[in-house]
Design a protein around this ligand. Sequence first.
Ligand SMILES: *[C@@H]1O[C@H](CO)[C@@H](O)[C@H](O)[C@H]1NC(C)=O
Length: 550
Amino acid sequence: MSELYINETSGVDAVTASGSKESPFQTAAYALYVKEDAKLFVYKKDEETDGYVEISASALKKGKKGAESLKKKAEKAKLAEAQKAQKDADEAAKKLEALKIVIKQDESLPEAKKGKIRDLKVDQRFKVSGWIHRFRAQKGLAFIVLRDGTGYVQAVLSGDLANAYQTQTLTLESTVTLFGTVKKLPEGKQAVGGIELVVDYYEVVGLAPSGEDAFTNKIQEGADPSLLLDQRHLALRGETLSGVMKVRAALLRAIRRVYEEEGLIEVTPPAMVQTQVEGGSTLFKVDYYGEESFLTQSAQLYLETCLPALGDVYCVQESFRAEKSHTRRHLSEYTHIEAELAFLTFDELLKHIEILISRSVKYVLEDPVAGPLIKQLNPDFVAPEAPFKRMEYIHALDWLNEHGVPNEDGEQFKFGDDIAEAAERKMTDDIGVPILLTRFPAEIKSFYMKRCSDDPRVTESVDVLMPTVGEITGGSMRSEGLEELIEGFKREGIKDYDAYYYWFIDQRKYGTSPHGGYGLGTERILAWLTNRFTVRDCSLYPRFSGRCKP
Ligand SMILES: *[C@@H]1O[C@H](CO)[C@@H](O)[C@H](O)[C@H]1NC(C)=O
Protein backbone atom coordinates (compact mmCIF):
# COMPACT_ATOMS: atom_id res chain seq x y z
CA MET A 1 0.00 0.00 0.00
CA SER A 2 1.54 3.28 -1.08
CA GLU A 3 1.18 6.71 0.43
CA LEU A 4 -0.18 9.65 -1.50
CA TYR A 5 -0.07 13.32 -0.51
CA ILE A 6 -2.66 16.05 -1.00
CA ASN A 7 -2.23 19.82 -0.84
CA GLU A 8 -5.50 21.59 -1.62
CA THR A 9 -3.78 24.86 -2.51
CA SER A 10 -0.63 23.90 -4.36
CA GLY A 11 -1.52 20.37 -5.52
CA VAL A 12 -2.59 19.38 -9.05
CA ASP A 13 -5.04 16.73 -10.21
CA ALA A 14 -3.23 15.71 -13.34
CA VAL A 15 -0.59 13.32 -14.67
CA THR A 16 2.00 16.08 -14.14
CA ALA A 17 1.74 15.40 -10.37
CA SER A 18 3.02 12.20 -8.78
CA GLY A 19 1.24 12.36 -5.42
CA SER A 20 4.52 12.58 -3.54
CA LYS A 21 5.19 15.08 -0.72
CA GLU A 22 6.99 17.33 -3.19
CA SER A 23 4.44 16.92 -5.95
CA PRO A 24 1.07 16.45 -4.22
CA PHE A 25 -2.38 15.98 -5.76
CA GLN A 26 -5.12 18.54 -5.10
CA THR A 27 -8.01 16.28 -4.02
CA ALA A 28 -8.50 13.03 -2.23
CA ALA A 29 -10.92 11.98 -4.95
CA TYR A 30 -8.23 12.19 -7.58
CA ALA A 31 -5.64 10.43 -5.41
CA LEU A 32 -8.05 7.51 -4.84
CA TYR A 33 -8.93 7.48 -8.51
CA VAL A 34 -5.20 7.04 -9.24
CA LYS A 35 -4.67 4.40 -6.54
CA GLU A 36 -7.77 3.00 -4.90
CA ASP A 37 -6.11 1.64 -1.74
CA ALA A 38 -3.54 4.41 -1.14
CA LYS A 39 -3.01 5.80 2.30
CA LEU A 40 -3.72 9.53 2.16
CA PHE A 41 -2.04 12.48 3.90
CA VAL A 42 -3.43 15.97 3.66
CA TYR A 43 -1.51 19.22 4.11
CA LYS A 44 -2.88 21.21 7.00
CA LYS A 45 -1.82 24.49 8.52
CA ASP A 46 -3.23 25.94 11.75
CA GLU A 47 -1.92 26.98 15.19
CA GLU A 48 -0.72 23.48 16.06
CA THR A 49 0.12 21.87 12.73
CA ASP A 50 2.09 22.80 9.63
CA GLY A 51 2.54 19.66 7.57
CA TYR A 52 0.93 16.50 6.24
CA VAL A 53 -1.51 14.66 8.52
CA GLU A 54 -3.46 11.49 7.95
CA ILE A 55 -6.80 12.08 6.20
CA SER A 56 -9.92 12.14 8.41
CA ALA A 57 -12.54 9.41 8.09
CA SER A 58 -15.18 11.78 6.74
CA ALA A 59 -12.82 13.29 4.16
CA LEU A 60 -11.84 9.78 3.10
CA LYS A 61 -15.49 8.83 2.62
CA LYS A 62 -16.10 11.88 0.49
CA GLY A 63 -12.92 11.20 -1.46
CA LYS A 64 -14.04 7.63 -2.24
CA LYS A 65 -17.31 8.90 -3.60
CA GLY A 66 -15.50 11.46 -5.71
CA ALA A 67 -13.13 8.80 -7.02
CA GLU A 68 -16.14 6.67 -8.04
CA SER A 69 -17.62 9.43 -10.18
CA LEU A 70 -14.23 10.26 -11.69
CA LYS A 71 -13.96 6.64 -12.71
CA LYS A 72 -17.39 6.70 -14.32
CA LYS A 73 -16.59 9.90 -16.16
CA ALA A 74 -13.38 8.43 -17.51
CA GLU A 75 -15.18 5.31 -18.71
CA LYS A 76 -17.77 7.45 -20.50
CA ALA A 77 -15.09 9.54 -22.19
CA LYS A 78 -13.32 6.39 -23.34
CA LEU A 79 -16.53 5.05 -24.83
CA ALA A 80 -17.27 8.33 -26.66
CA GLU A 81 -13.76 8.32 -28.02
CA ALA A 82 -14.16 4.81 -29.32
CA GLN A 83 -17.48 5.71 -30.93
CA LYS A 84 -16.00 8.76 -32.57
CA ALA A 85 -13.08 6.76 -33.89
CA GLN A 86 -15.55 4.25 -35.35
CA LYS A 87 -17.60 7.06 -36.92
CA ASP A 88 -14.49 8.68 -38.37
CA ALA A 89 -13.43 5.38 -39.80
CA ASP A 90 -16.89 4.81 -41.31
CA GLU A 91 -16.89 8.27 -42.80
CA ALA A 92 -13.41 7.86 -44.16
CA ALA A 93 -14.52 4.62 -45.78
CA LYS A 94 -17.61 6.30 -47.18
CA LYS A 95 -15.52 9.19 -48.44
CA LEU A 96 -13.10 6.78 -50.08
CA GLU A 97 -16.04 5.05 -51.72
CA ALA A 98 -17.57 8.41 -52.80
CA LEU A 99 -14.20 9.64 -54.04
CA LYS A 100 -13.91 6.59 -56.27
CA ILE A 101 -16.98 7.74 -58.20
CA VAL A 102 -15.93 9.79 -61.18
CA ILE A 103 -18.53 12.12 -62.67
CA LYS A 104 -18.25 12.13 -66.44
CA GLN A 105 -20.32 13.63 -69.18
CA ASP A 106 -22.02 11.13 -71.47
CA GLU A 107 -20.90 12.24 -74.92
CA SER A 108 -23.68 10.34 -76.63
CA LEU A 109 -26.36 12.67 -75.22
CA PRO A 110 -27.70 15.49 -77.39
CA GLU A 111 -25.77 18.74 -76.96
CA ALA A 112 -26.94 20.82 -73.97
CA LYS A 113 -28.19 24.30 -74.84
CA LYS A 114 -26.88 27.09 -72.63
CA GLY A 115 -29.75 28.90 -70.96
CA LYS A 116 -31.04 30.87 -67.99
CA ILE A 117 -33.65 29.32 -65.74
CA ARG A 118 -36.40 31.41 -67.32
CA ASP A 119 -35.53 29.88 -70.74
CA LEU A 120 -35.94 26.24 -69.70
CA LYS A 121 -38.24 24.18 -71.91
CA VAL A 122 -39.66 20.73 -71.32
CA ASP A 123 -37.90 17.74 -72.92
CA GLN A 124 -34.81 19.69 -73.96
CA ARG A 125 -31.30 19.23 -72.66
CA PHE A 126 -29.91 22.40 -71.06
CA LYS A 127 -26.74 23.67 -69.50
CA VAL A 128 -27.69 26.08 -66.73
CA SER A 129 -25.50 27.81 -64.15
CA GLY A 130 -26.45 29.34 -60.83
CA TRP A 131 -26.30 29.32 -57.05
CA ILE A 132 -27.46 26.48 -54.83
CA HIS A 133 -30.47 27.98 -53.09
CA ARG A 134 -31.58 24.81 -51.33
CA PHE A 135 -29.96 21.41 -51.05
CA ARG A 136 -30.84 17.98 -49.76
CA ALA A 137 -28.80 14.81 -50.23
CA GLN A 138 -29.48 11.25 -49.26
CA LYS A 139 -28.16 7.93 -50.47
CA GLY A 140 -28.75 7.66 -54.18
CA LEU A 141 -30.70 10.91 -54.51
CA ALA A 142 -29.93 14.62 -54.21
CA PHE A 143 -32.13 17.67 -54.76
CA ILE A 144 -30.86 21.12 -55.63
CA VAL A 145 -32.99 24.22 -55.96
CA LEU A 146 -30.92 26.36 -58.30
CA ARG A 147 -31.20 30.16 -58.44
CA ASP A 148 -29.84 32.40 -61.17
CA GLY A 149 -31.73 35.67 -60.73
CA THR A 150 -34.19 34.84 -63.50
CA GLY A 151 -35.89 32.23 -61.37
CA TYR A 152 -35.61 29.01 -59.40
CA VAL A 153 -35.61 25.43 -60.65
CA GLN A 154 -35.51 22.13 -58.85
CA ALA A 155 -32.81 19.77 -60.08
CA VAL A 156 -32.59 16.11 -59.22
CA LEU A 157 -29.43 13.99 -59.17
CA SER A 158 -29.54 10.23 -58.79
CA GLY A 159 -27.30 7.19 -58.61
CA ASP A 160 -23.57 7.82 -58.85
CA LEU A 161 -24.17 11.50 -59.49
CA ALA A 162 -25.84 11.77 -56.08
CA ASN A 163 -23.38 9.50 -54.28
CA ALA A 164 -20.21 11.15 -55.56
CA TYR A 165 -18.11 12.89 -52.93
CA GLN A 166 -18.47 16.16 -54.79
CA THR A 167 -22.27 15.97 -54.43
CA GLN A 168 -22.33 14.74 -50.84
CA THR A 169 -20.25 17.75 -49.79
CA LEU A 170 -22.09 20.44 -51.75
CA THR A 171 -23.04 23.52 -49.74
CA LEU A 172 -25.65 26.26 -49.96
CA GLU A 173 -24.65 29.22 -52.16
CA SER A 174 -22.05 27.20 -54.05
CA THR A 175 -22.13 27.86 -57.78
CA VAL A 176 -22.64 24.97 -60.17
CA THR A 177 -23.25 24.35 -63.86
CA LEU A 178 -25.88 21.68 -64.34
CA PHE A 179 -26.41 19.65 -67.49
CA GLY A 180 -29.72 17.89 -67.79
CA THR A 181 -33.08 17.41 -69.41
CA VAL A 182 -36.13 19.39 -68.33
CA LYS A 183 -39.04 17.18 -67.36
CA LYS A 184 -42.58 18.04 -66.51
CA LEU A 185 -43.27 17.01 -62.94
CA PRO A 186 -45.51 14.00 -62.51
CA GLU A 187 -48.90 14.62 -60.87
CA GLY A 188 -48.70 14.98 -57.11
CA LYS A 189 -45.09 16.14 -57.05
CA GLN A 190 -44.39 19.79 -56.40
CA ALA A 191 -41.64 22.17 -57.45
CA VAL A 192 -41.35 25.73 -58.74
CA GLY A 193 -42.76 26.09 -62.24
CA GLY A 194 -43.99 22.50 -62.30
CA ILE A 195 -40.76 21.33 -63.92
CA GLU A 196 -37.66 19.50 -62.81
CA LEU A 197 -34.18 19.39 -64.28
CA VAL A 198 -33.04 15.79 -64.40
CA VAL A 199 -29.29 16.24 -64.15
CA ASP A 200 -26.96 13.92 -66.10
CA TYR A 201 -23.71 15.77 -65.40
CA TYR A 202 -22.58 18.84 -63.48
CA GLU A 203 -19.56 20.89 -62.54
CA VAL A 204 -18.81 22.85 -59.38
CA VAL A 205 -17.78 26.43 -60.20
CA GLY A 206 -17.20 27.74 -56.68
CA LEU A 207 -17.70 25.77 -53.49
CA ALA A 208 -19.09 27.88 -50.63
CA PRO A 209 -17.80 27.22 -47.10
CA SER A 210 -19.31 24.64 -44.79
CA GLY A 211 -19.08 24.42 -41.01
CA GLU A 212 -18.73 27.58 -38.97
CA ASP A 213 -18.49 29.80 -42.04
CA ALA A 214 -21.51 28.24 -43.73
CA PHE A 215 -24.04 30.59 -45.32
CA THR A 216 -26.75 29.52 -42.88
CA ASN A 217 -24.57 30.71 -40.00
CA LYS A 218 -24.20 34.13 -41.58
CA ILE A 219 -27.85 34.73 -42.34
CA GLN A 220 -30.46 33.46 -39.96
CA GLU A 221 -34.13 34.12 -40.26
CA GLY A 222 -35.42 36.30 -37.46
CA ALA A 223 -31.90 37.50 -36.60
CA ASP A 224 -31.38 40.99 -35.24
CA PRO A 225 -32.13 43.51 -38.04
CA SER A 226 -28.80 45.26 -37.58
CA LEU A 227 -26.91 41.94 -37.95
CA LEU A 228 -28.88 41.26 -41.10
CA LEU A 229 -28.00 44.73 -42.39
CA ASP A 230 -24.30 44.00 -41.75
CA GLN A 231 -24.77 40.96 -44.00
CA ARG A 232 -27.00 42.79 -46.49
CA HIS A 233 -24.87 41.57 -49.40
CA LEU A 234 -25.78 38.01 -48.43
CA ALA A 235 -29.32 38.76 -47.22
CA LEU A 236 -30.14 40.13 -50.68
CA ARG A 237 -29.92 36.55 -51.97
CA GLY A 238 -33.04 35.63 -50.00
CA GLU A 239 -36.39 35.22 -51.73
CA THR A 240 -38.13 38.18 -50.08
CA LEU A 241 -35.45 40.83 -50.48
CA SER A 242 -34.60 39.81 -54.03
CA GLY A 243 -38.33 39.75 -54.77
CA VAL A 244 -38.74 43.33 -53.53
CA MET A 245 -35.76 44.37 -55.67
CA LYS A 246 -37.39 42.81 -58.73
CA VAL A 247 -40.60 44.71 -58.03
CA ARG A 248 -38.46 47.82 -57.63
CA ALA A 249 -36.98 47.34 -61.10
CA ALA A 250 -40.46 46.81 -62.55
CA LEU A 251 -41.74 49.95 -60.80
CA LEU A 252 -38.95 52.15 -62.17
CA ARG A 253 -39.55 50.65 -65.61
CA ALA A 254 -43.29 51.35 -65.32
CA ILE A 255 -42.71 54.91 -64.12
CA ARG A 256 -40.44 55.61 -67.10
CA ARG A 257 -43.01 54.08 -69.42
CA VAL A 258 -45.77 56.37 -68.12
CA TYR A 259 -43.50 59.40 -68.45
CA GLU A 260 -42.71 58.37 -72.00
CA GLU A 261 -46.42 58.07 -72.73
CA GLU A 262 -47.09 61.45 -71.12
CA GLY A 263 -44.29 63.11 -73.10
CA LEU A 264 -41.83 63.90 -70.33
CA ILE A 265 -38.10 63.81 -71.02
CA GLU A 266 -35.59 62.23 -68.64
CA VAL A 267 -32.71 64.38 -67.38
CA THR A 268 -29.95 63.71 -64.88
CA PRO A 269 -29.35 66.75 -62.62
CA PRO A 270 -26.24 67.11 -60.42
CA ALA A 271 -26.05 65.50 -56.99
CA MET A 272 -23.51 68.00 -55.61
CA VAL A 273 -25.19 71.38 -55.18
CA GLN A 274 -24.98 74.66 -53.31
CA THR A 275 -28.69 75.24 -52.83
CA GLN A 276 -31.38 73.82 -50.60
CA VAL A 277 -34.92 72.84 -51.44
CA GLU A 278 -36.38 71.36 -48.27
CA GLY A 279 -34.85 73.29 -45.38
CA GLY A 280 -31.25 73.67 -44.22
CA SER A 281 -31.40 71.32 -41.24
CA THR A 282 -31.32 68.15 -43.33
CA LEU A 283 -28.46 69.08 -45.64
CA PHE A 284 -25.42 66.83 -45.94
CA LYS A 285 -22.36 69.06 -46.20
CA VAL A 286 -19.66 68.19 -48.70
CA ASP A 287 -16.24 69.80 -48.85
CA TYR A 288 -16.13 70.73 -52.50
CA TYR A 289 -12.50 71.69 -53.19
CA GLY A 290 -12.68 73.94 -50.16
CA GLU A 291 -16.09 75.40 -51.02
CA GLU A 292 -19.19 74.51 -49.05
CA SER A 293 -21.61 72.36 -50.97
CA PHE A 294 -24.28 69.77 -50.24
CA LEU A 295 -25.65 66.48 -51.43
CA THR A 296 -28.89 67.23 -53.23
CA GLN A 297 -32.20 67.07 -51.32
CA SER A 298 -34.19 67.34 -54.52
CA ALA A 299 -33.56 68.02 -58.18
CA GLN A 300 -36.55 70.31 -58.37
CA LEU A 301 -34.75 73.62 -58.92
CA TYR A 302 -32.68 72.07 -61.70
CA LEU A 303 -35.73 70.47 -63.28
CA GLU A 304 -37.35 73.92 -63.37
CA THR A 305 -34.41 75.20 -65.39
CA CYS A 306 -35.03 72.45 -67.93
CA LEU A 307 -38.63 73.46 -68.66
CA PRO A 308 -37.74 76.28 -71.11
CA ALA A 309 -35.12 74.09 -72.78
CA LEU A 310 -36.77 70.68 -72.95
CA GLY A 311 -40.40 71.05 -71.91
CA ASP A 312 -41.81 68.72 -69.26
CA VAL A 313 -39.01 66.74 -67.61
CA TYR A 314 -38.39 64.10 -64.98
CA CYS A 315 -35.49 62.44 -63.25
CA VAL A 316 -34.87 59.33 -61.19
CA GLN A 317 -32.03 60.16 -58.88
CA GLU A 318 -30.75 59.67 -55.36
CA SER A 319 -31.69 62.42 -52.88
CA PHE A 320 -30.09 62.86 -49.47
CA ARG A 321 -31.57 63.98 -46.17
CA ALA A 322 -29.55 64.21 -42.98
CA GLU A 323 -32.14 63.08 -40.49
CA LYS A 324 -31.10 61.53 -37.21
CA SER A 325 -34.58 60.19 -36.49
CA HIS A 326 -35.06 56.48 -37.09
CA THR A 327 -38.56 56.10 -38.46
CA ARG A 328 -39.88 53.38 -40.68
CA ARG A 329 -40.30 55.79 -43.58
CA HIS A 330 -37.08 57.79 -43.59
CA LEU A 331 -33.77 57.05 -45.25
CA SER A 332 -30.70 59.28 -45.50
CA GLU A 333 -30.40 58.35 -49.16
CA TYR A 334 -33.36 57.44 -51.31
CA THR A 335 -34.29 57.13 -54.94
CA HIS A 336 -36.28 60.21 -55.78
CA ILE A 337 -38.59 60.24 -58.76
CA GLU A 338 -39.22 63.89 -59.61
CA ALA A 339 -41.04 65.67 -62.40
CA GLU A 340 -41.70 69.26 -63.38
CA LEU A 341 -44.37 70.36 -65.85
CA ALA A 342 -45.02 73.74 -67.45
CA PHE A 343 -48.19 75.57 -68.44
CA LEU A 344 -50.63 73.58 -66.41
CA THR A 345 -53.12 74.30 -63.64
CA PHE A 346 -53.07 72.86 -60.14
CA ASP A 347 -55.96 70.61 -61.04
CA GLU A 348 -54.11 69.34 -64.10
CA LEU A 349 -51.10 68.61 -61.91
CA LEU A 350 -53.27 66.57 -59.54
CA LYS A 351 -54.70 64.61 -62.47
CA HIS A 352 -51.22 63.96 -63.81
CA ILE A 353 -50.11 62.58 -60.42
CA GLU A 354 -53.16 60.30 -60.33
CA ILE A 355 -52.35 59.01 -63.79
CA LEU A 356 -48.72 58.41 -62.93
CA ILE A 357 -49.52 56.44 -59.79
CA SER A 358 -52.50 54.43 -60.99
CA ARG A 359 -51.05 53.59 -64.39
CA SER A 360 -47.57 52.68 -63.20
CA VAL A 361 -49.07 50.41 -60.53
CA LYS A 362 -51.20 48.81 -63.23
CA TYR A 363 -48.09 48.17 -65.34
CA VAL A 364 -46.25 46.67 -62.39
CA LEU A 365 -49.15 44.32 -61.68
CA GLU A 366 -49.22 43.29 -65.34
CA ASP A 367 -45.50 42.55 -65.32
CA PRO A 368 -44.92 38.79 -65.57
CA VAL A 369 -42.27 38.84 -62.83
CA ALA A 370 -43.40 41.67 -60.53
CA GLY A 371 -47.14 40.96 -60.70
CA PRO A 372 -46.94 37.48 -59.12
CA LEU A 373 -44.36 38.76 -56.61
CA ILE A 374 -46.77 41.42 -55.35
CA LYS A 375 -49.50 38.77 -55.07
CA GLN A 376 -47.12 36.72 -52.96
CA LEU A 377 -45.74 39.56 -50.80
CA ASN A 378 -48.95 41.53 -50.49
CA PRO A 379 -51.96 39.30 -51.20
CA ASP A 380 -54.48 41.93 -50.08
CA PHE A 381 -53.12 44.68 -52.31
CA VAL A 382 -55.79 46.64 -54.15
CA ALA A 383 -54.68 48.81 -57.06
CA PRO A 384 -55.80 52.42 -56.61
CA GLU A 385 -58.12 53.79 -59.23
CA ALA A 386 -58.20 57.39 -60.38
CA PRO A 387 -59.71 59.77 -59.45
CA PHE A 388 -58.34 59.62 -55.90
CA LYS A 389 -60.21 61.10 -52.95
CA ARG A 390 -59.34 64.78 -52.56
CA MET A 391 -59.26 66.56 -49.26
CA GLU A 392 -58.17 70.04 -48.29
CA TYR A 393 -55.78 70.53 -45.37
CA ILE A 394 -58.44 72.52 -43.51
CA HIS A 395 -60.93 69.66 -43.84
CA ALA A 396 -58.31 67.19 -42.67
CA LEU A 397 -58.06 69.27 -39.48
CA ASP A 398 -61.84 68.94 -39.07
CA TRP A 399 -61.60 65.18 -39.57
CA LEU A 400 -58.80 64.88 -37.02
CA ASN A 401 -60.64 67.01 -34.46
CA GLU A 402 -63.88 65.11 -34.98
CA HIS A 403 -62.04 61.82 -34.46
CA GLY A 404 -60.28 63.01 -31.33
CA VAL A 405 -56.78 62.90 -32.83
CA PRO A 406 -54.67 65.58 -31.07
CA ASN A 407 -51.91 67.73 -32.58
CA GLU A 408 -48.25 67.52 -31.50
CA ASP A 409 -48.98 69.57 -28.35
CA GLY A 410 -51.81 67.21 -27.39
CA GLU A 411 -54.43 69.81 -28.30
CA GLN A 412 -57.10 70.28 -30.96
CA PHE A 413 -55.72 70.98 -34.41
CA LYS A 414 -55.80 74.61 -35.48
CA PHE A 415 -54.94 76.27 -38.77
CA GLY A 416 -51.17 76.33 -39.30
CA ASP A 417 -50.43 73.11 -37.41
CA ASP A 418 -48.26 70.51 -39.05
CA ILE A 419 -50.04 67.18 -39.36
CA ALA A 420 -47.46 64.84 -37.89
CA GLU A 421 -46.79 61.36 -39.19
CA ALA A 422 -48.84 59.51 -36.58
CA ALA A 423 -51.96 61.66 -37.05
CA GLU A 424 -51.63 61.48 -40.81
CA ARG A 425 -51.29 57.70 -40.67
CA LYS A 426 -54.33 57.35 -38.44
CA MET A 427 -56.45 59.42 -40.81
CA THR A 428 -55.21 57.71 -43.96
CA ASP A 429 -55.61 54.22 -42.53
CA ASP A 430 -59.10 55.01 -41.21
CA ILE A 431 -60.29 56.44 -44.51
CA GLY A 432 -58.64 53.49 -46.24
CA VAL A 433 -58.23 54.91 -49.75
CA PRO A 434 -55.52 57.02 -51.42
CA ILE A 435 -55.97 60.70 -50.59
CA LEU A 436 -54.75 63.82 -52.34
CA LEU A 437 -54.38 66.17 -49.39
CA THR A 438 -54.23 69.74 -50.75
CA ARG A 439 -53.88 73.42 -49.92
CA PHE A 440 -51.41 73.48 -47.02
CA PRO A 441 -50.63 76.76 -45.23
CA ALA A 442 -47.64 78.61 -46.68
CA GLU A 443 -45.75 78.62 -43.34
CA ILE A 444 -45.49 74.85 -43.14
CA LYS A 445 -44.48 74.39 -46.77
CA SER A 446 -41.40 75.23 -48.83
CA PHE A 447 -40.44 78.70 -50.01
CA TYR A 448 -41.20 78.09 -53.68
CA MET A 449 -44.85 77.07 -53.41
CA LYS A 450 -47.52 79.12 -55.13
CA ARG A 451 -50.29 80.64 -53.05
CA CYS A 452 -53.94 80.00 -53.90
CA SER A 453 -55.59 82.97 -55.58
CA ASP A 454 -58.80 82.55 -53.57
CA ASP A 455 -57.01 82.21 -50.20
CA PRO A 456 -53.43 83.48 -50.02
CA ARG A 457 -52.89 81.85 -46.60
CA VAL A 458 -52.67 78.48 -48.33
CA THR A 459 -50.67 77.09 -51.22
CA GLU A 460 -51.38 75.02 -54.30
CA SER A 461 -49.71 72.04 -52.69
CA VAL A 462 -50.48 68.35 -52.43
CA ASP A 463 -49.42 65.32 -50.43
CA VAL A 464 -50.43 61.91 -51.75
CA LEU A 465 -51.33 59.69 -48.81
CA MET A 466 -51.60 55.91 -49.09
CA PRO A 467 -53.22 53.62 -46.55
CA THR A 468 -50.64 51.69 -44.46
CA VAL A 469 -47.68 53.90 -45.49
CA GLY A 470 -48.75 57.54 -45.41
CA GLU A 471 -47.19 60.14 -47.62
CA ILE A 472 -45.55 58.85 -50.78
CA THR A 473 -45.54 62.05 -52.83
CA GLY A 474 -45.36 65.75 -52.21
CA GLY A 475 -45.94 68.30 -54.92
CA SER A 476 -47.07 71.79 -55.68
CA MET A 477 -47.46 74.56 -58.16
CA ARG A 478 -44.42 76.86 -57.97
CA SER A 479 -44.54 80.59 -57.48
CA GLU A 480 -44.13 82.38 -60.80
CA GLY A 481 -43.33 85.94 -59.78
CA LEU A 482 -39.92 87.29 -58.84
CA GLU A 483 -41.15 89.13 -55.72
CA GLU A 484 -43.01 86.10 -54.46
CA LEU A 485 -39.83 84.02 -54.79
CA ILE A 486 -37.64 86.62 -53.02
CA GLU A 487 -40.22 86.81 -50.25
CA GLY A 488 -40.00 83.03 -49.95
CA PHE A 489 -36.20 83.14 -49.62
CA LYS A 490 -36.52 85.74 -46.85
CA ARG A 491 -39.24 83.80 -45.04
CA GLU A 492 -37.03 80.69 -45.14
CA GLY A 493 -33.99 82.66 -43.94
CA ILE A 494 -31.99 81.81 -47.07
CA LYS A 495 -29.12 84.31 -47.29
CA ASP A 496 -27.01 85.19 -50.31
CA TYR A 497 -29.74 84.07 -52.67
CA ASP A 498 -28.33 86.39 -55.31
CA ALA A 499 -25.06 84.48 -55.25
CA TYR A 500 -26.37 80.93 -54.99
CA TYR A 501 -29.85 81.02 -56.53
CA TYR A 502 -29.27 83.53 -59.36
CA TRP A 503 -29.80 80.81 -61.95
CA PHE A 504 -33.05 79.77 -60.33
CA ILE A 505 -34.21 83.38 -60.06
CA ASP A 506 -33.51 83.72 -63.79
CA GLN A 507 -36.33 81.25 -64.43
CA ARG A 508 -38.72 83.91 -63.21
CA LYS A 509 -36.97 86.62 -65.25
CA TYR A 510 -36.50 85.01 -68.64
CA GLY A 511 -39.97 83.85 -69.48
CA THR A 512 -41.80 82.71 -66.39
CA SER A 513 -44.69 80.28 -66.68
CA PRO A 514 -47.26 78.57 -64.53
CA HIS A 515 -45.61 75.28 -63.59
CA GLY A 516 -45.62 72.61 -60.97
CA GLY A 517 -44.04 69.36 -59.99
CA TYR A 518 -43.59 66.72 -57.35
CA GLY A 519 -41.31 64.09 -55.92
CA LEU A 520 -42.03 60.45 -55.17
CA GLY A 521 -40.08 58.35 -52.74
CA THR A 522 -39.41 55.09 -54.59
CA GLU A 523 -38.90 53.13 -51.37
CA ARG A 524 -42.16 54.39 -49.90
CA ILE A 525 -44.16 53.33 -52.95
CA LEU A 526 -42.44 49.97 -52.76
CA ALA A 527 -43.22 49.57 -49.07
CA TRP A 528 -46.85 50.17 -50.00
CA LEU A 529 -46.81 47.81 -53.01
CA THR A 530 -44.96 44.96 -51.32
CA ASN A 531 -46.32 45.41 -47.80
CA ARG A 532 -42.96 45.99 -46.13
CA PHE A 533 -42.91 47.40 -42.63
CA THR A 534 -40.11 49.85 -43.35
CA VAL A 535 -38.60 51.61 -46.35
CA ARG A 536 -35.28 50.03 -45.32
CA ASP A 537 -36.54 46.74 -46.74
CA CYS A 538 -37.07 48.43 -50.09
CA SER A 539 -33.61 49.93 -50.59
CA LEU A 540 -30.72 47.89 -51.97
CA TYR A 541 -28.27 49.09 -49.31
CA PRO A 542 -30.22 51.31 -46.91
CA ARG A 543 -28.56 54.40 -45.46
CA PHE A 544 -29.65 56.03 -42.22
CA SER A 545 -27.82 57.60 -39.31
CA GLY A 546 -25.40 55.01 -37.97
CA ARG A 547 -25.45 52.89 -41.11
CA CYS A 548 -23.24 53.51 -44.12
CA LYS A 549 -22.13 49.94 -44.84
CA PRO A 550 -21.93 47.62 -46.63
C1 LIG B 1 0.97 23.42 0.48
O1 LIG B 1 0.64 24.61 -0.25
C2 LIG B 1 0.85 25.82 0.42
C3 LIG B 1 0.35 26.95 -0.49
O2 LIG B 1 1.03 26.92 -1.72
C4 LIG B 1 2.29 25.98 0.82
O3 LIG B 1 2.45 27.19 1.54
C5 LIG B 1 2.72 24.79 1.64
O4 LIG B 1 4.10 24.88 1.92
C6 LIG B 1 2.43 23.47 0.92
N1 LIG B 1 2.76 22.37 1.81
C7 LIG B 1 3.70 21.49 1.58
C8 LIG B 1 3.93 20.49 2.64
O5 LIG B 1 4.34 21.48 0.54
